[in-house]
Design a binder for this molecule. Structure first.
Ligand SMILES: [Mg+2]
Length: 266
């Protein structure tokens, strides 16, 4: 595989970004310098996909306004693809307007959502995210993390909730992230989300992928299955265990690392 460490590469025709920790800063806000770089690359003809478990509501309130601030032309807007809920929901610009897409073939049934809502009283540090339509996301109540003890208790409740829901719904998968538990259909994830992105983007031959956690490796694995060449940059802390393809480390972490990588691409 090529190395991009010398910088100045301009052969990428598509970028794939995770959202949390990649295009957001420490306060979970979208980083406007990173978005400017994404816009600059869309302006030069590249396709940009955001691949996340976040909801379309989050895109509409946080990311799309940050892109609109640079006054992209309709043609530039059409190069952005917003893949939410791990591929079950998506947005793209068609003409001048946003088109919504959805696929509920792997959605969590309403009776499971109700059962989980009814258990939430057991986890006072967690809340049920009602903006997710196709799977269940239980998030830490960040306003309750007022002390190290509260932080530890919240982490304990995340573990307990993950274990409880994994046991209760063996037909689904329960994944723990830093501040949340996601309960979703088997087959839902970053690989499915990347597949969705590729369907919408059309042809992609050389991709740049940026992630900050182990599940982001699925983006690279899916591109590899499709025979698409890519460079994968990891902007999270520590090392990714057992990657099945070369992973590059950005000099900086999180949005800072993303910014350095994007600025290095002409
Ligand atoms: Mg992330």
């Amino acid at each position: 595989m090529r190395t991009a460490t010398t910088g100045g590469f301009d052969m990428y025709d598509a970028f794939f970004f995770d959202c949390d920790g990649v295009i957001t800063n420490k306060r979970a806000q979208v980083d406007s310098q990173v978005i400017f770089e994404a816009y600059r690359h869309a302006h030069s003809g590249r396709k940009i996909a955001f691949v996340t478990g976040r909801s379309l509501d989050w895109f509409s309130k946080n990311l799309i306004p940050a892109i609109e601030r640079f006054n992209p032309t309709p043609e530039e807007k059409r190069r952005f693809f917003f893949i939410g809920e791990y591929g079950n929901r998506w947005l793209s610009f068609s003409g001048g307007t946003l088109a919504h897409g959805s696929d509920d073939s792997l959605a969590v049934p309403e009776k499971v959502r109700t059962a989980v809502r009814n258990e939430m009283h057991r986890f006072p540090y967690l809340s049920f995210d009602e903006t997710k339509e196709s799977f269940i996301s239980i998030e830490v109540r960040h306003e309750r993390l007022v002390s190290p003890q509260a932080e530890r208790e919240a982490q304990r409740q995340i573990d307990e909730a993950r274990g409880a829901f994994a046991a209760k719904f063996p037909q689904l998968v329960a994944i723990r992230t830093l501040y949340a538990v996601d309960v979703m259909g088997k087959g839902v994830g970053k690989a499915a989300a990347t597949r969705r992105a590729l369907e919408l983007m059309g042809s992609v031959s050389q991709a740049l992928v940026i992630g900050d956690s182990e599940i982001d490796l699925e983006m690279g694995e899916e591109l590899r299955r499709k025979g698409i060449e890519f460079d994968f940059y990891y902007v999270g802390e520590g090392q990714i265990p057992r990657p099945s393809f070369p992973v590059k480390k950005a000099p900086g972490l999180y949005a800072e690392g993303t910014l350095e990588v994007l600025r290095g691409v002409r």
